[in-house]
Design a protein around this ligand. Structure first.
Ligand SMILES: [Zn+2]
Length: 383
């Protein structure tokens, strides 16, 4: 007998969650609401971690546990983020047949409240039907949308499961098993300011040196594993001043750790070489340009083998509830990447969300139902 999802209850839960505004760092109200819901569902453990000190959010990450009664089965965690992008204040949900959108002046927030709604419906079903299930841990992070900040400060030693699933992607019945690692790169080029009309000879143009180096650095899709982009440049003061200082920011992503390192080093090397090869004149005297490169490790590689327990479990679940899953690779990092770096392998399960991070964001109730069915099979081993 297959599980009967309560569609209207799921729709109401989703709408309620979306209408509690929670832009990154302003998650206090939604966190409180979620604690109440999970407490009402009989959670055995509800914990708000201390990450808010680092993230600056109104709330820490939530770690909630529902002890299972299938001792032969390992527990899993199900993870979502509670924050949304902007504009995300005062969300009003419109429902047209089974399609949910915002009123048009905000995002909907289905990213990632679709996942949270499915988890709540799952736990409600398990409770009302008294269904045997493995231990379920729910991790709901803050500040995912502003650099995975909540996950990066998660008190992961509180998590008992060996692996889990982040519910956070467009598509349906898609499982993401690979994502790149990324470095952020900041380049600061310093020259010498001078009057551009009266004595340009005394200046060293930091902007021209930056441009010269950039022409030697390939960007876009560099190879099948790697992308590189410089997306921000600031510098200079006025057209009549030789620019003294330029700051350039970019990122490199790769599915290969070696390539990430070598393409990052290439940037540093080209800037160093450009500065070293700069030739002064009599008028610049002993003045010299300089460059400082700062590399920040943004998130690590996510790579889950097909025969790893986290993938075998979701394959089994798909068979139980008769779904066909697609396994895909993505080009971006997410909380799942950070969980993996803690030794907690996490596959990403798509939730049906569409056009995320836009005012046209939408989701179909049918997809929320499908997601909940998959989660039910994943945790209770029954369809
Ligand atoms: Zn998301």
């Amino acid at each position: 007998m297959s599980i009967e999802i309560n569609r209207e209850r799921l729709a109401a839960t989703f709408t309620e969650l979306c209408e509690i505004s929670s832009p990154s760092k302003k998650e206090g109200q939604i966190a409180k609401h979620l604690k109440n819901i999970f407490s009402g569902l009989g959670a055995d453990f509800i914990y708000e971690d201390g990450s808010s000190e680092k993230t600056g959010s109104e709330s820490g990450n939530l770690i909630i546990r529902f002890d299972g009664n299938l001792p032969e089965r390992n527990g899993t965690f199900l993870a979502c983020h509670m924050d949304t992008v902007e504009p995300g204040e005062g969300v009003e949900v419109l429902r047209t047949d089974d399609i949910f959108t915002s009123k048009g002046d905000t995002i909907l927030g289905g990213d990632d409240k679709s996942g949270i709604a499915a988890i709540i419906e799952l736990l409600t079903l398990l409770k009302e039907n008294n269904t045997d299930h493995a231990t379920i841990e729910v991790i709901i992070t803050t500040c995912e949308e502003i650099g995975l900040l909540g996950a990066k400060s998660l008190e992961h030693d509180k998590i008992q499961s060996k692996f889990g699933y982040a519910l956070d992607s467009s598509g349906i019945n898609d499982i993401i098993i690979g994502a790149p690692a990324a470095n952020k790169i900041k380049v600061e080029v310093s020259g010498v300011a001078a009057h551009a009309g009266l004595c340009p000879e005394a200046g060293i143009n930091a902007l021209a040196l930056t441009a010269q180096a950039l022409t030697e650095i390939s960007q876009g899709r560099i190879d099948k594993d790697t992308t590189r982009n410089f997306g921000l440049i600031q510098g200079g003061v006025a057209t009549n001043i030789v620019p003294e200082y330029v700051i350039l920011k970019g990122e490199i992503r790769s599915h290969s750790k070696e390539k990430l390192i070598s393409y990052t080093r290439e940037v540093t090397d080209i800037f160093d070489k450009t500065i070293e090869q700069w030739k002064g004149t009599d008028t610049t005297g002993d003045k010299k340009p300089s460059v400082k490169t700062t590399i920040t490790d943004d998130y690590p590689i996510l790579s889950l083998p097909e025969d790893s327990p986290v993938i075998l479990r979701v394959k089994e679940a798909a068979e139980i509830c008769d779904k066909k899953l697609q396994y895909t690779i993505t080009g971006g990092g997410s909380d799942a990447s950070i969980f993996c770096s803690y030794g907690l392998p996490a596959a990403i399960i798509a939730t049906g969300m569409k056009n995320v991070h836009t005012l046209d964001e939408q989701i179909d109730l049918k997809d929320l139902v499908e997601l909940t069915e998959l989660l039910h099979a994943l945790t209770s081993f029954s369809a």
